[in-house]
Design a protein around this ligand. Structure first.
Ligand code: 5GP
Ligand code: MN
Length: 338
């Protein structure tokens, strides 16, 4: 955060405010961790806060302190709209464009409160009074830590806040192994542990809660893996019928896309997951090295994200989606193979 942003934020927070805090649709560990951490911090400062999500989030994040007070636009529509409309400040976390909140976008567009964006994705849109955007950050959670620290409130970080921030850093860095993990990330994590973060337990609560059906779904996904050696690319498909067969629950496919990258020489891994209700295939893209999946997702699949991790969608049927995807690869052959 730069000096002007710290001053502007300090000024906004100098009197008690009604505050809405919004993560992106299909919130992940970083989105839920950062919104809850910010909410705990701002309530400690005397503000009235609500975390308002576009939709529900996976079971493996429900242990988080404050998770049960999160309202979601799909299930608590009237209340969510009311709190957005009443908010004097609206923090949007872990996304940078209203397109990322699905049906909730209209509600944000019509809001009268001032927006504050905290986000680490590429190419932020211009909707906020304060845009705290930093693509070099490991996670939005690390940014929330930095924000609290910059406002001189490091002492307010208690065990609950530390647990929330730790979770988002851990999930967004693939347990501290992705490139965006810096020495500063580790110093932040060390401080969070000093403040009581349950590092061993958090790992178990997030990663060691598989159901047998989820492991069987993973088996199905791996069976469906297709390798395109010529392009150092691997992709997986999962249809709605397959999800239903293995009693799919929200969050069950988290991390599946990464298996493609564990293959020798594979630099581009993709998963196409059908969502019949929305009439789309939700797509996750991952890359190793300099191939930008953010650009790929943005240019061809109405999406975006980071250089090595991005998402998008397709409204075409499965075979057409795959044919279209494969037809794009020759133009990227150089980037994928040299
Ligand atoms: P995931 O594949 O795990 O859902 O997402 C990977 C990264 O891409 C995350 O940082 C996520 O926020 C971003 N992302 C996922 N889907 C979309 C999308 O449809 N649009 C944009 N702009 N970003 C996305
Ligand atoms: Mn994130």
């Amino acid at each position: 955060m730069n000096f002007e942003q710290v001053n502007a934020l300090n000024k906004l927070l100098s009197s008690q405010k009604r505050i809405a805090i919004v993560p992106h649709k299909n919130p992940d560990g970083d989105a839920i961790g950062s919104t809850l951490a910010l909410s705990h911090y701002l309530s400690k400062k005397g503000h009235k806060t609500h975390v308002l999500a576009p939709n529900d989030f996976p079971k493996f994040l429900k242990w988080m302190p404050g998770a049960h007070e999160i309202l979601n636009f799909e299930r608590h529509n009237t209340e969510t709209k009311k709190y957005i409309a009443e908010a004097e400040l609206i923090f949007t976390l872990d996304f940078n464009d209203f397109g990322r909140v699905g049906q909730m976008a209209g509600c944000l567009e019509n809001a009268s409160g001032d927006f504050i964006m905290i986000d680490h994705h590429q190419q932020p849109s211009d909707y906020a009074l304060i845009t705290y955007s930093d693509v070099s950050m490991s996670s939005t959670c690390e940014m929330v830590y930095t924000l609290i620290d910059s406002l001189g409130d490091n002492d307010l970080i208690d065990k609950d806040i530390a647990n929330c921030i730790y979770t988002g850093i851990m999930t967004d860095t693939g347990s501290f192994k992705f490139k965006a993990t810096t020495s500063k990330t580790h110093r932040v994590v060390a401080d969070l542990m000093d403040k009581g973060a349950d590092n061993v337990e958090i790992h178990q609560w997030v990663y060691d809660t598989n159901s047998p059906s989820r492991l069987h779904l993973l088996g199905c996904a791996l069976k469906n893996l297709v390798i395109l050696e010529e392009f150092n690319t691997a992709y997986i498909t999962l249809t709605q019928e397959e999800l239903d067969r293995f009693n799919y629950e929200k969050g069950d496919t988290e991390g599946f896309v990464n298996y493609g990258l564990t293959l020798d020489n594979i630099r581009f891994a993709v998963i196409f997951i059908e969502n019949k209700e929305e009439g789309i295939f939700k797509i996750s893209f991952r890359s190793a090295g300099s191939f930008s999946v953010n650009e790929f997702a943005r240019n061809h699949f109405d999406g975006g994200g980071h250089i090595n991790a991005a998402g998008g969608k397709s409204e075409r049927p499965l075979q057409e989606t795959i044919d279209f995807f494969v037809s794009l690869l020759p133009q990227y052959k150089k980037a994928l193979t040299e």
